[in-house]
Design a protein around this ligand. Structure first.
Ligand code: ZN
Length: 238
């Protein structure tokens, strides 16, 4: 049974059958993280975009574990220049990794990495459809609501991980509209309560989502590990 661990902010770890997939592993400097970067040993690292609160510890993790970082081409090329193992891809493309695969999708946001006062790693942001342990996850990354989420929903999403923080991404109301397009069984909110600008009430979000859609909201606390199979099955179109 695969597990999904919430590190905090937009950082997650999918784990199953010896494969450990780190998604946007912003751990060092993440005010909500309950672990340190040296406590995880990813076999694959997936990045949605270049913002520092998503790239996080990726380069150090890749150097230590030899896990490849899969990201859009420009970001992958930049991180490769820093010594990471990388696989560059782009929207619409599917890349296999140990234990699963990832298909990059569009996301409406910006993407750059900040080094001091300089912004580097040009390119575009992505979302990700991740197939892992026979489940399909959609990690929206940082994005606003967009109608093409309907196309992503046609792929049969089990678990949609959506930002709800507002200000830099869609907020709770648009995340509920996204769930109507995506039709997942489970919605897991992220990208909230890390900083004052993105504080949100997850109880209110869960109540409204479950009133307005057939999806179940699973609210994870930083550090919490969720066993994917059981809630997905019991939430079926309920
Ligand atoms: Zn961002």
């Amino acid at each position: 049974m695969p597990t999904l661990r919430f590190i905090g902010h937009s950082a997650f770890i999918l784990e199953g059958e010896g494969n450990v997939v780190a998604i946007d592993p912003f751990i060092t400097g993440n005010p909500t993280a309950t672990i340190s970067a040296d406590e995880i040993n990813p076999t694959t690292i997936l990045l949605t975009h270049a913002h520092n609160d998503h790239v996080g510890d990726s380069v150090e993790l890749s150097k230590r574990t030899k896990a490849p970082i899969i990201a859009t081409f420009e970001l992958a090329t930049y991180l490769s220049s820093k010594g990471a193992e990388t696989i560059g891809a782009n929207h619409g493309g599917t890349v296999k990794f140990a234990g699963g695969s990832v298909k990059l999708t569009p996301a409406w946001h910006t993407s750059s990495y900040q080094e001091g006062d300089t912004f580097v790693a040009p390119g575009v942001p992505a979302g990700m459809i991740v197939t892992f342990a026979e489940k399909k996850f959609y990690f929206a990354g940082d994005t606003c609501l967009f109608l093409d989420m309907q196309l992503i929903g046609e792929e049969g999403i089990d678990v949609a991980v959506l930002p709800i923080g507002d200000h830099f991404t869609m907020g709770p109301a648009d995340a509920i509209r996204a769930a109507k397009f995506l039709r997942p069984r489970v919605v897991i909110p992220c990208h909230y309560n890390t900083f004052p600008a993105i504080e949100q009430d997850t109880d209110e979000f869960k109540k409204k989502l479950e009133e307005e859609t057939s999806a179940k909201a699973v609210i994870l606390q930083p550090g919490e590990i969720w066993e994917v199979a059981e809630p997905t099955m019991t939430a079926a179109d309920g």
